[in-house]
Design a protein around this ligand. Sequence first.
Ligand code: UT7
Length: 353
Amino acid sequence: MTQMPNARSSIARSPGRTRGVKIAGTGSALPSKIITNADLERLMDTSDEWIVQRTGIRQRHVIDPSKGESMGSLAASALITALNDARMRPEELDFIIIATMTSHMACPPTACQIAFDVGQRMGGAVHCGAMDLSGACSGFVYGMNIAHDLIMGGAYRSVALVGADTISELMDYATSGRTTAIIFGDAAGAAIFRATDDPNLGILAQTMRSDGSGWKEIYVPRDEHDFPAKVAPEPEKIGRVQMNGASVFKFAVGTFPEIIQETLDAAKLKPDDIDVYVCHQSNQRILHAARDRFGLAPDKLYVNIDRVGNTVAASVPLCLDELRRAGRVKDGSRVMFVAFGGGLTWGTSLWQL
Ligand code: UT7
């Protein structure tokens, strides 16, 4: 990926700050239904061996709408778990952001519905600011930087961020194509960010980038006018994810190490100074390439793609929640969050917890 003319290098934290931000709680939710590679073998021309070798994925979870599962229900469950983990009431939140590309309706913002739902389920009214963030697979990492800086600006003390996607709704296993259908799964993850008087806690460096010329690498056409030039519109592709997997793969293999290095440089840190790298789970080969490039020990770069697939905006917070629950990410940890995805978009968020 060539450097954008107006791209600033990663931004380091401002010196002399008087407050910090901590991650006070996390939560996640996975739908009950599991699709294994063996299930996919029955639906399309593929094999467990190919999928495991080329992606590392063995299974993915998908919603079952007949059981009332939806992006909103997963998001609300993840947020409730995160609030309980932070020992907070929903009324204490100043702002809720939902990063998603699978909102059910264009209006209202999903975040308002989640706020209402969580308030009802926890017995309280939530009237804080609420908005959706459309950042595809980068949505949660973008959201971490935004939530942090909302708090650092001084006007907000508690911000909830949810990454939730049910991309199975944008997929038809019979027609979506075997390259696309095998990698994605549904999930939600949430984190609560709170102001702290300790100025050492929070983001050490961050990056947010985009390249709109790459929009056609991953898109969901709404009608026949949305197909790129030279691509014949096909009715069965409307409303379904279209992805040029090989091209995204090439972009990701180059971009991951590039932005990790830039972010380390901005924070004046070395690869080994980071306790854990929490990267968007796009393909195990992309993750291993980044790990090998920096010579990281296997336990420094978390991988859960084998169990859940690529869960879009939920991928990073799901990893974060699993790592916190396992005690591998805790107070005092230094954690690098990295993601890339549709847009094209990519970003990092390097935290001192
Ligand atoms: O979340 C952010 C967005 N997405 C991504 O990060 C995805 C990034 N891309 C990838 O992970 C990989 O490109 C894929 C897993 C999607 C595809 O893997 P690949 O190694 O890039 O496969 P390819 O498209 O280059 O295809 C290689 C071969 C082709 O066969 P021929 O033409 O060499 O005979 C494909 O037809 O593999 C074939 N193939 C499959 N075979 C069995 C593609 N998909 C499958 C499949 N099962 N599911």
